[in-house]
Ligand binder design. Structure first.
Ligand code: NZQ
Ligand code: ZN
Length: 389
């Protein structure tokens, strides 16, 4: 194992009826609260009323920013930062999925920057401070509730950039699985595909000394495969929603990384798809992941696929590694496309090859794909995109 520092300064309130602690936690950080949320799901579900009641009960002053888009846009970051500066906001409360939390992270950072918020994404400006961020997670998927990065899109330049700072790590996250009962089967499926990809991006490496982390990751993947279909069929199944919600956080909170330093592969490629076509992140990953696995399979890497197939899908360990590897890719496809019912090809979501060159070049540069599990250059990425057509 490589050496690493492990520090997750996010306090988690997990389970039902924890919102009673919201006022006291917000109050630790300030009196002027900016509540950020998306397109209205929290109003429909009644969560908005509960959150506002807690804020008022604690005697805090409430401001609001609504309408944060899925694949959040820098325009929302700009609007939020402007509001924070004007009103002297002291603490941010994101209530939503990854998009709302990500956007709120950059609102927090951009509040302390006088230039354009996009400079922060492009690393033209350093993140020097950030308003404290608390969140109420409403969708199990990205892990933004327990990590220090965010992903923001720019509609004008068609860029989508992932950027981070420990200063943006949420201080407190409220994880109530019942809040996710209203998540649609489609978003539940996309969330599951996203979480599965977060683990796969780390699990597929050629280090030999990470047994403890490998077994944890195998458990996380088995949990997603077991419970995602249950949550889709029975939206109010607490056991399924709770297991998925906790996987969301643990898939990406740094624990399973264990000092590994390889770049992720499918995420940089997917970010280019959603940058241009504004598709749901988990759907893009579902389409890319099996083809990427197929592309990276060779005599050297087959042993990892063998471990994956035997441990996660219980495949027969007496078979040849290459056979297990191919079967395991087929089982990933079966899970994503048959069990979860996600579309399996770019052409099905009206994406053609017209932007492959530019997307591949950006993915390699922004994602440092030369340092991935199997190093990828621009042509490799174009080949993978073509396999997904
Ligand atoms: O906007 P509202 O009305 O709230 O509706 C949302 C949205 O339409 C809805 N939704 C959320 N919770 C709900 C609900 N509907 C009913 N009931 C609920 N309880 O679901 C839709 C999608 O929400 P969104 O927040 O966009 O989904 P997700 O959590 O998957 O976030 C995706 C974004 O996160 C980024 C992605 O690239 C994408 O921009 N990522 C962030 C990461 C991070 N911070 O670490 C890592 C990820 O790999 C990912 O890149
Ligand atoms: Zn993701």
């Amino acid at each position: 194992m490589n050496s690493f520092i492990y520090d997750i300064p996010t306090k988690v309130y997990f389970g039902e009826n924890q919102l009673g602690h919201l006022g006291e936690e917000l109050g630790r950080y300030g009196k002027k609260v900016l509540l950020t949320y998306g397109g209205g799901s929290i109003k429909k579900s009644g969560l908005y009323d509960k959150v506002v009641a807690e804020i008022k009960k604690a005697g805090l002053e409430l401001f609001e920013l609504s309408g944060i888009e899925p694949n959040p846009k820098v325009s929302s970051v700009r609007a939020g930062a402007e509001l924070c500066k004007k009103e002297g906001i002291e603490v941010l409360l994101a209530v939503g999925g990854g998009s709302v939390i990500d956007c709120t992270k950059f609102i927090g950072a951009a509040t302390f920057y006088d230039g354009d918020a996009w400079d922060i994404l492009e690393e033209k400006a350093e993140i020097t401070r950030c308003l404290p961020i608390l969140d109420v997670l409403t969708l199990a998927a990205t892990g933004s509730e327990m990590d220090s990065v965010g992903v923001i899109s720019n509609s004008e330049t068609k860029d989508k950039i992932c950027q981070g700072s420990p200063l943006m790590q949420p201080k407190v996250s409220f994880l109530d699985p019942t809040v996710t009962y209203t998540v649609s089967p489609y978003q539940t499926a996309c969330g599951a595909a996203d979480m599965l990809s977060h683990v796969i991006e780390v699990y597929f490496n050629m280090n030999k000394d990470l047994y403890m982390l490998d077994t944890v990751m195998e458990g996380l993947m088995k949990t997603i495969i077991k419970y995602a279909p249950v949550a889709m069929a029975q939206p109010d199944n607490y056991e399924a929603r709770a297991n998925l919600m906790w996987v969301s956080s643990w898939a990406i909170n740094g624990f399973v990384e264990g000092g590994k330093r390889q770049s992720w592969s499918c995420h940089p490629m997917e970010h280019e798809l959603s940058a241009i076509y504004d598709i749901t992140h988990g759907l893009g990953l579902a389409i890319l992941t099996p083809k990427w696995l197929e592309y990276c399979l060779n005599e050297t890497t087959a042993s990892k696929y063998y471990q994956f197939g035997c441990s996660v899908f219980g495949l027969d360990a007496s078979l040849e590694p290459m056979e297990v590897a191919k079967k395991s890719i087929a089982l990933v496809e079966e899970f994503l496309f048959r069990t979860l019912g996600l579309k399996s090809r770019l052409s099905e979501i009206e994406i053609d090859d017209s932007n492959f060159e530019v997307m591949a070049a950006k993915a390699v540069r922004l994602g440092n794909l030369g340092n991935a599990f199997v190093p990828l250059d621009k042509n490799d990425v174009i080949n993978i995109f073509k396999m997904c057509l």
